[in-house]
Design a protein around this ligand. Structure first.
Ligand code: SF4
Ligand code: SF4
Length: 198
């Protein structure tokens, strides 16, 4: 029958309206901006750059490899690589971005930059109050605007950030392990093992 859908919808609205006086769960309206509905952990909007430690410049994980710049579908990332190098989180000298801009008025929140980054250096943020009155450039985010600490990443995406930390720790430990030179006997056979049979 024509109009059944409208009647059903109005019944739901009426049930929630009356029910909201007795059950807070039925009060679906949030009094924004005084109140904010909690965002789900996997909510995402625009990317940010992760840094370790306290100093954003020194701790920036990005090594300016430019993979994200190449892969970004609307081409809204612009990177200029440094001339010198700085130590990364494992102490290895690496290039870093002298310039790293993202035009978030163009970004389509696809997360491809995050997926392709081999260094866990770029992640998706949850900040959504980004509207500006200016017409040009106000949404062009510079490196300083984009850099946010690993602590912040843990606050907004605790599960994902913990798994990234575990992965990076594992990778750092694997790099520190002594490697057996080609043709040399395994460590145990060469007397490297420390346990003895009783
Ligand atoms: S989220 Fe997508 S569109 Fe936005 S910067 Fe990353 S790759 Fe580009
Ligand atoms: S964010 Fe990642 S992929 Fe992009 S330039 Fe930096 S290290 Fe490379």
């Amino acid at each position: 029958m024509i109009g059944t859908g409208v009647l059903k919808g109005m019944a739901v609205t009426a049930r929630n309206f009356v029910g909201s006086y007795f059950d807070k769960e039925r009060l679906t309206t949030v009094q924004y901006p005084e109140e904010r509905a909690p965002l789900p952990e996997n909510y995402r909007n625009f990317p940010f750059l992760v840094y370790d430690g306290e100093a954003s410049e020194a701790g920036l994980r990005c090594v300016a490899c430019k993979i994200c710049e190449k892969e970004c579908p609307p081409q809204c990332i612009y990177i200029v690589k440094s001339d010198d190098k700085k130590p990364d989180y494992m102490g290895k000298p690496q290039f870093y971005p002298r310039i790293f801009d993202i035009d978030i008025s163009v970004c389509m929140s696809c997360q491809i930059c995050v997926e392709v980054c081999p260094f866990e250096a770029i992640k998706m943020d949850k900040v959504y109050e980004l509207s500006r009155q200016e017409r040009f450039d106000a949404l062009l985010m510079k490196k300083d605007d984009l850099a946010k600490s690993n602590g912040y990443y843990h606050e907004i995406q605790p599960t994902e950030a913990a798994s990234v930390d575990a992965k990076l720790t594992e990778a750092a430990a694997a790099k520190k392990k002594p490697t057996t030179p080609p043709g040399a006997p395994p460590a145990a056979a060469a007397g490297g093992a420390t346990t003895t049979a009783a």
